[in-house]
Design a protein around this ligand. Sequence first.
Ligand SMILES: Cc1ncc(COP(=O)(O)O)c(C=O)c1O
Length: 397
Amino acid sequence: MKSKTHLTEPQGKLENWLDTERAVLEQTGLRRHLRTVMSAPTGTINLDGRDVVLLGSNNYLGLSTHPKVIAAAVEATRTFGTGASGSRLISGNSELYTAIETNLAEVKGTEATLVFSSGYAANTSVIPVLAAEGDLILSDVLNHASIIDGCRLSRATKEVYQHCDVEHLKTLLSESHAFRRRLIVTDGVFSMDGDIAPLPDICDLAAEHNAMVLVDDAHGFGVLGKDGGGTAAHFGLEGANIIQMGTLSKAVGALGGYIAGSHALIELLVNRARGFIFTTGLPPATLAAANAALDLIRSTPNLRERLFSHAKCLKTALIDLGYTLLPSETQILPVVLGSPQRTTRVAESLLAEGVFAPAIRPPAVPSETSRLRLTVMATHTEAEIQQAIAGFAAILS
Ligand SMILES: Cc1ncc(COP(=O)(O)O)c(C=O)c1O
């Protein structure tokens, strides 16, 4: 039987198969290389020994190097040591979890929250709790891989709706009343496109058809809405019946994922979510750093203002230079170039000019939509943004 997961069939010896796989990746422009970052993720980083302007960080607000955040991490390590030493249900549930989950629930305006060891773990854990065989998941075609994997693990039937297409979603909902439960799942801010899901329309449809909504706010949390509450807050939907997932690894600058919702939902997750139950708790330093960053997100709105001002400046300048950007409304600015080979070449040319703009290729994005995914940070200096623009100008000539 042909395995879909292999680019080519295994042939003979293991080494031959590995060589063939590598050759296929090379020929299709999809071979990836690890680069080494030799500094903190600030506006300029040392990459493989060279200083370059960073346009590829999810540390959107620059909080991972904020002195208060670092001090909180150091203090937590002194008090609690370096590791959690157990899963949360056994011995790893330190009071630092209580602190951050309370803080998160306040920001999200929900009854409760539950922190997981990553955003990936949150999605792959919560979706199989919400939907199983006999249920239907309706998923936006551009949803993140962790949502796709969560759907696979759930064994529910999955229907994919066109990107942000509320009419398509409506049709699928109308045709699916035979399923036991239905779950609509969407990125809040799409990770590779930077656009925002039409959450109010999705929530209206869900209410009409008695379906659940799960929004993945990895890229909206900390950035959009009052207090950085995320996509739901951006639309004034704080009180709506949405299950909200988010990460502590992007605007919060640390690591971890969370689910925000009702007490009843959180209790069910504590009892059923496998990626919560069967893994060690997060390091104390991570929890304390995330909590300190959350305080800063709530108290420092000008970080968000600066982020959006940089995004506007870079976007306008690149359009003036003739680049085509997707119509993003956020800090994520995609420059779509088409083939993986072309995208890699442009990224390499930019790097030679001192600008690190990562090439994003399939399977992270659909085929022939390979792109540079540019992200700005609130802590970029104006000079760094200008240096980045100069790099884009230089490769045109
Ligand atoms: C939309 C989205 N969801 C989930 C995740 C996973 O989050 P984490 O990196 O915290 O595991 C990511 C990470 O890139 C993401 O972009």
